[in-house]
Design a protein around this ligand. Structure first.
Ligand SMILES: Cc1cc2nc3c(=O)[nH]c(=O)nc-3n(C[C@H](O)[C@H](O)[C@H](O)COP(=O)(O)OP(=O)(O)OC[C@H]3O[C@@H](n4cnc5c(N)ncnc54)[C@H](O)[C@@H]3O)c2cc1C
Length: 472
């Protein structure tokens, strides 16, 4: 690709073809270096106008453009499958406006979780749906991947906290989707179309986020269980009984052991549930209610911790991904699972994942945002053992297939990217996937934006455009 048109549009210091920069943009957190696909050039837009100019020019020339933010995706979402331009959005990192009276914040797409928290926190407000990776990921990436986090069980996912988006479409046109009003019945809901679109429909250049008031009371703790079945059943019961809990996370014994080894935490090597409660009054009544519900599942201990101790526990939970990655020097972290099922299926799904660990002789630590029915797992694989790699792949597929069978989803929060394209039809049906393709064709007929993602490969070729009768 001749990149001189990019230099003409943006200037030299916003375009790079340096080998090291291309390599940096060839992987995300979940993509092995060996599977990486480098772009031909990386651009660093400073403004909506820059993005509009690049997209219009790229579409005219038939060059793919893949948005890239912090690269913490786990399924190859920002990795350019067909080369072309990687559009790095991290320079657009301004907090534009805070309107505490409206509980609203306007940000550019490269703003990260800590800046959002700082801007909101000055006014006694916070942004509830930040993912566990909020400290290292951008709001643009969170919106594009439909992220959610530990507090989703009480506050909902990111889509529930985005009011309005400015988006540049593939032809360079700039649209506003949504409204600054907290509700609207006006027209198609284009805003939610972009949430979770993984950079395939448009580039988010500004977001108006909704904020919440900080609760007056916050308390947390943990419950320890003898068996994983007890812990999982306790979570399901707590959610079904309507306990007002802000976080409810489960760790199996294997995950606890790995966390201890990495963080130096002294978690007992047994299944446990971490909890956090938010309230403006009456928090102790809610905690007592929760304890009573959990008591049906024979917790060995239920303890409420002081704030400092709680911070240590949450750090141990947040650091689980690197802890698992680090645990066995002979094995790497593969298949970061994020299946999510209706809460009544939660216990059986996690038991199924553990049974496959036995059947395939694999280590599959399980954890996750249990209150949402979300089972996170990873499979540890010896990269020099192709048989183990094949067993891991099969176990991963079977967990996803089972989640879909029981009415759940292949991905509760990481997105489809490249890694989960094969499950889209099983989850939604061919007709629904064809309707998604129709949306993609309408907004991006030349398949400029992030081609080769989200949609399953077709007989006609990988790119959505290749399936179009009129594109032949
Ligand atoms: C340790 C760890 C923990 C994690 N925990 C969670 C969790 O709790 N919950 C969760 O939901 N996810 C989690 N993730 C996954 C990931 O961090 C999130 O999906 C995150 O929101 C990605 O943001 P990013 O800035 O890294 O985006 P990237 O990975 O750079 O990009 C993500 C996708 O968004 C597109 N994109 C980026 N910016 C824009 C834009 N401005 N406009 C349009 N498209 C854009 C890209 O093309 C790509 O498809 C975790 C990841 C790690 C490594």
């Amino acid at each position: 690709m001749d990149h001189t048109f990019l230099v003409d549009l943006l200037g030299e210091n916003q375009v790079s073809t340096a080998e090291s920069t291309l390599t940096e943009h060839a992987t995300d957190w979940g993509t092995e270096d060996s599977d990486g696909a480098p772009p031909d050039a990386v651009v660093y837009p400073d403004s909506t106008e820059d993005i509009s100019a690049v997209l219009a020019a790229a579409t005219e020339r038939g060059i793919p453009v893949t948005p890239y933010a912090a690269g913490t995706s786990l399924e190859g979402n920002p990795v350019p499958a067909h080369g072309g331009i990687s559009m790095n959005l991290t320079r657009m990192d301004a907090v534009l406006d805070v309107r505490p009276d409206d509980f609203q914040l306007d940000v550019e797409p490269g703003v990260m979780g800590p800046e959002i928290e700082a801007a909101a926190g000055q006014h006694g407000l916070f942004f509830p749906p930040l993912p566990s990776s909020g400290d290292i990921s951008t709001i643009g990436g969170m919106i594009a991947n439909a992220a959610s986090g530990m507090q989703t069980v009480k506050y909902g996912e990111i889509a529930d906290w985005v009011l309005e988006l400015e988006v540049v479409l593939a032809d360079g046109s700039v649209i506003t989707a949504g409204s600054k009003a907290v509700k609207t019945s006006s027209g198609y809901n284009l805003r939610d179309l972009f949430v979770g679109s993984e950079g395939t429909l448009g580039v988010v250049t500004r977001a108006t986020l909704e904020l919440a008031g900080r609760p007056e009371q916050i308390k947390g703790g943990r419950a320890l269980f003898a068996t994983l079945d007890d812990a999982a059943a306790a979570v399901s019961d707590a959610v079904r009984s309507g306990v007002d809990v802000a976080k409810i996370e489960l760790l199996d014994a294997e995950a606890a052991t790995m966390s201890n080894a990495y963080t130096g935490a002294d978690l007992p090597d047994q299944p446990m549930v971490f909890l956090e409660f938010h309230a403006d009054h009456g928090i102790d009544d809610e905690i007592a209610f929760c304890e009573a519900v959990l008591a049906d599942h024979d917790p060995e201990r239920f303890e409420i911790a002081d704030e400092e101790r709680m911070d240590d526990l949450w750090r141990a939970r947040k650091d689980l991904a690197p802890a698992i990655d680090d645990y066995d020097p002979d094995r790497v972290f593969r298949h970061p699972g994020d299946v999510t099922v209706p809460i009544s299926e939660y216990g059986t799904l996690i038991a199924y994942a553990k049974s496959l660990a036995g059947e395939y002789d694999l280590s599959i630590p399980c954890f996750g945002h249990a209150g949402d029915g979300n089972v996170h797992y990873a499979i540890l694989v010896d990269p020099d053992d192709p048989d183990e790699a094949a067993r891991a792949k099969e176990a991963h597929s079977r967990i996803i297939e089972r989640a879909i069978e029981v009415g759940g989803t292949a991905t509760g929060e990481h997105g489809i990217g490249q890694g989960k394209r094969g499950y889209l039809v099983a989850e939604h049906g061919e007709e629904a996937v064809e309707a998604m393709r129709a949306v993609k064709r309408a907004l991006d007929p030349n398949d400029t934006l992030n081609p080769g993602k989200l949609f399953p490969e077709t007989a006609d070729g990988e790119r959505v455009k290749g399936t179009l009768p009129d594109a032949e």
